[in-house]
Design a protein around this ligand. Structure first.
Ligand SMILES: [Zn+2]
Length: 500
């Protein structure tokens, strides 16, 4: 039995919590899995993991029996400000995205609109068991926008990093702006938010992005960059970064899809990591999700969802789509050589690792990503007694990667604080979040007008050429001599039934 929720209305960090009798995926170095085990969190940190733990008096008990207990998941690349447009661009390619946000309407977002998107996205992440999220925040046209983005992240009890960016100006312009640097230094000193710089490297031989890298170095901030995006960024950008000494272990290369072996060698040699957004790469057109290639280079991988303007926002979807894309490619590559794959390389266990430890490694956070004494108390319980999908629980990694979904996230702890319990967020005023988001949607709808709004959501369909099918019946008569059906049905031309 759980004790009453007297301490969870926002400030639960001082009361210990124990999750009892779950299947515990520790994600330690050995990937130890413990059946019917407990995870005890005291003072915000993991205090013990094991069976039948003794716990301090007053510890809150959470029954994890029948469920999976795992580390909080980590998303290393999410444009959270775009969540106020959830689902709007479901049928976009990168072309529509660039036109809509970069060229036409990105400027319409006010600071309060960035706040609204971030607030919604932050609760959305926590609710799905994503306890750490990098806000790849490239809608920061002014420092007021940045303040709004940061304030929204700090209003929600998850871990967030603000990756500062601005698609309305060159990185050599905004990163060198004293007002931007003052903001970054102040937020750094506050110490409540992780910070990164977020910008892309076009491959222009003049390497105009160099001053932005220098600012990142001066401030001690990692750079996260969309690298290997078909038609936008590629090998030239990687080479320029490398030749100028800006490829470092904390650099995160998002997508890394349209790159050659030479670029993967440079990434591997300098210790950076790749953030794979499979749902994004599969439908936007950056290139093929690269996990099938990067394993040959030993490059560390983390997972990300990119943006909810198109796609889902939970890492179950990321794990599932990444397994599918990797295996699909492996089969097709083998088929092209006339071979059959008999054992797949990418395992469910590996994508669970990428969703947890992989993210921690990408962010240089040794204290996240596994359930071991001394680590942060970021814990997820996947358990849904009302769901027929919750049992039998035979292969815990396979269960997490292919069976579970965000609705099965029963409990989430961030730094020992219970932020979701029994499938309900704790202390979230979703009605207020909705009002904030509604105001943004109304603002954008009225700014764009009904025609531009509808056109943006519904890109024109390309022409489809349907092949003539040589096997279509065009004359029923000849066939009807074989039986009596012609007498029953008359003598229709069957092609109208078969040629849709
Ligand atoms: Zn992105």
């Amino acid at each position: 039995m759980s004790q009453p929720d007297t301490d969870v209305a926002g400030q639960a960090t001082d009361r210990p919590v124990v999750l009892r009798n779950g299947t515990v995926l520790t994600m330690d170095d050995a990937h130890t899995v413990l059946p019917e085990a407990d995870v005890l969190v005291v003072d915000g940190k993991i205090a013990a993991v094991g069976q039948q733990l003794e716990v301090p008096a007053g510890t809150r008990e959470i029954d994890a029996r029948g469920g999976v207990v795992m580390p909080g998941m980590i998303d290393t690349h999410r444009h959270m400000w775009q969540t106020a447009m959830r689902g709007y661009g479901a049928d976009w390619t990168l072309t529509q995205y660039f036109v809509w946000y970069y060229l036409e309407h990105g400027k319409a977002f006010r600071p309060e609109d960035v706040y609204a998107g971030n607030l919604l996205s932050a609760w959305d992440a926590v609710e799905a068991g994503v306890t750490t999220t990098v806000d790849w925040s490239h809608g920061l046209q002014t420092v007021d926008h940045a303040e709004a983005a940061a304030d929204a992240l700090l209003a929600v009890p998850g871990r967030f990093l603000l990756a500062y960016g601005n698609i309305q100006a060159g990185p050599w312009e905004w990163a060198t702006d004293p007002a931007v640097q003052a903001f970054l230094k102040r937020r750094q000193e506050e110490g409540k938010l992780g910070l990164q710089l977020a910008f892309d490297v076009t491959g222009d031989p003049a390497f105009p992005e160099k001053p932005a890298f220098e600012v990142a170095r001066e401030l001690g901030l990692p750079v996260t960059t969309h690298a290997g995006v078909w038609g936008a960024t590629g090998d030239d950008g990687i080479r320029l970064m490398h030749e100028n000494g800006f490829m470092t272990p904390e650099t995160v290369y998002v997508h890394a899809a349209t790159l050659t072996t030479d670029s993967y060698h440079r990434i591997a040699a300098t210790g950076g990591s790749i953030s794979v957004s499979t749902e994004s790469e599969q439908s936007a057109g950056q290139g093929y999700p690269p996990t099938w290639q990067v394993r040959r280079h030993g490059i560390p991988v983390s997972l990300s969802m990119d943006t909810s303007v198109w796609w889902s926002s939970d890492l179950f979807s990321a794990m599932r789509s990444t397994l599918g894309a990797d295996r699909s490619r492996e089969h097709l590559e083998a088929h092209s050589r006339g071979q059959t794959v008999t054992q797949v390389h990418l395992r469910a266990e590996q994508v669970v690792d990428w969703a947890t430890r992989g993210g921690a490694q990408a962010l240089g956070r040794d204290d996240l990503g596994s359930l071991e004494p001394g680590k942060q108390g970021d814990v997820v319980l996947i358990k849904n007694d009302r769901s027929p999908v919750s049992f039998p629980l035979l292969n815990p990694y396979g269960h997490v990667a292919f069976q579970a979904q965000r609705g099965d996230v029963h409990t989430v702890l961030v730094g020992g604080r219970v932020v979701k319990h029994e499938h309900e967020l704790v202390g979230a005023d979703l009605a207020a979040v909705r009002r904030t988001v509604d105001a943004t949607v109304e603002h954008l709808q009225s700014t764009l007008g009904p025609e531009a709004w509808a056109a943006g959501m519904n890109p024109a369909l390309p022409d489809d050429d349907v092949l003539d099918n040589p096997y279509t019946y065009t004359e029923y008569k000849s066939h009807s001599t074989h039986g009596a059906r012609g007498d029953v049905f008359g003598e229709p031309s069957l092609d109208q039934h078969t040629s849709h």
